[in-house]
Design a protein around this ligand. Sequence first.
Ligand SMILES: [Zn+2]
Ligand SMILES: [Zn+2]
Length: 354
Amino acid sequence: MTETLAAVLHEPGDLRIEPIEVREPGPGEVRIRVGVCGVCGSDATEYGRHLQLAEPPVALGHEFAGTIDAVGDGVTGLAVGATVVCGAGISCGECKPCRAGRTNLCRRYKTLGFAHHGGLAGYVVAPADIVLDVSDSGLAMDTLGLTQPMAIAVHTVRRSGLKAGDDAVIVGVGGIGVFITVAAVATGARVLVVDLNEERLALATALGATATLVAGTKPLTEAIDELGFDVDVFFEVSGSRPGLQSVLEASKPGVTIVPVGIQRGEPELPLGSWTLREMKVVGTVAHVFKTDFPDAVKLLQSRPDWSDVAPEAFPLDRLVPDVLQPLLDGSAQQIKALVDPWITEPRAAVHTKR
Ligand SMILES: [Zn+2]
Ligand SMILES: [Zn+2]
């Protein structure tokens, strides 16, 4: 085998399904036969708007699961045939944040699917130290395709310090908010989820949210008071100005705000009052593979079926019209779209446990 079909980004607006070379894994690397690859807003941004992370020409795809197909020299603990998930983020292991275990802040951080060929392809080569053997997880391949976004949520909740007995508010329950809801509920905290979309709020309830609020129907402060919440952490996931505004209005002294959604422009922030109210604003980016990936797998094991989150898998040649374009124009129906590089027609996702 020398070539495999891949979704190669050449420049914004120019994504081609074309063969790329499949190389042998080098020392410390493994080659993965991709089973499934999730697609998210970051892929859509690189394709449809501007290059932030991508170094084209590059095969996109950073949320993939598959089967080990070849193992390079010096790799231990990963055998051909093992079912694996990949963290996609490559850290150097030597810089200051790496040495402190904050590998997501590596000074030389690079991501498979942006800087190097990723998982929207038949095969991908990855460093073995960001590959986790999940052969015994009991999870279906399509479910394993949700591990990376779940790890992002695990990291977000870890950064927030949310714990059992706390109260949390999550504003925005789309492609990231859904996973944050799962991770937040799992801490044992009470969770209020806010969104404009009632269908998504119903999903949040199914995922264990304590309560939901249709955004705009009443002030967030009022809903919080009615519930008897005293909020410890706000996750602002929508990235919208009204979302941020509602969080700022509802914030009491001592709260933590995690602005997960990226705000465009420069919002005016009441820094003076934050000082006097000991507010904490916490950033979050990517995940720490070593700790966040195993926890993400556990969270995926906590539900029997993820069809409500990821109902369908698409072939590579439907990536632009059926997945990226809907993400860009806001018409995406499903929370998470999966791509199966080995099919030619869309199929229902399979989440039945093995
Ligand atoms: Zn992603
Ligand atoms: Zn580093």
